[in-house]
Design a protein around this ligand. Sequence first.
Ligand code: PNS
Length: 170
Amino acid sequence: MQRPSPLAVYPGSFDPIHMGHVDIIDRAAQIFPHVIVGILENTSKDALFTPAERLDMISQLYAGRPEIEVRCFSGLLVRFLTEVNATIIIRGMRAVSDFEYEFQMALMNRRLSPSAETVFLTPKEEYTYLSSRLVKEVVALGGDVSGLVPEPVRAHLEARYRKATHPPTR
Ligand code: PNS
């Protein structure tokens, strides 16, 4: 008897999504028939984009890709997994520096829900240094992030920072 294919959730803050994330989503979609990108609705004041804005941006990137679903979640990741009937957690592992945090999260999630299995994927080498934090910093300081984030995301980033540095005058 064939086992049903497990559903996979790729959770993260995605503030904003960058090409390293996109690369991991593509890889996950080659392994699992359905991948849910789970955007954490954190209430952090440091977030540049609201969860609704992030949902909108990422949904637009994957319009026409029914195998990739984009949703927001709050609270425990393992509860979200249960809600969407998934057992696999996808995480990207860029470098050794990611290992400790990821290892702790994987074990805690398994402790909270023994059926939760974390699968680590590595992005293309050219994206291993990328992080949302660095992308925001570069744009905030007027640098160019073309090729590091999807084009529509770059436009949103630039508009957001332009608005912050040049508030509209009356
Ligand atoms: O992109 P990030 O910020 O590294 O993603 C972190 C994320 C969203 C995967 C993690 O913070 C998370 O799962 N938060 C939900 C709350 C939770 O379940 N905490 C216990 C996990 S061990």
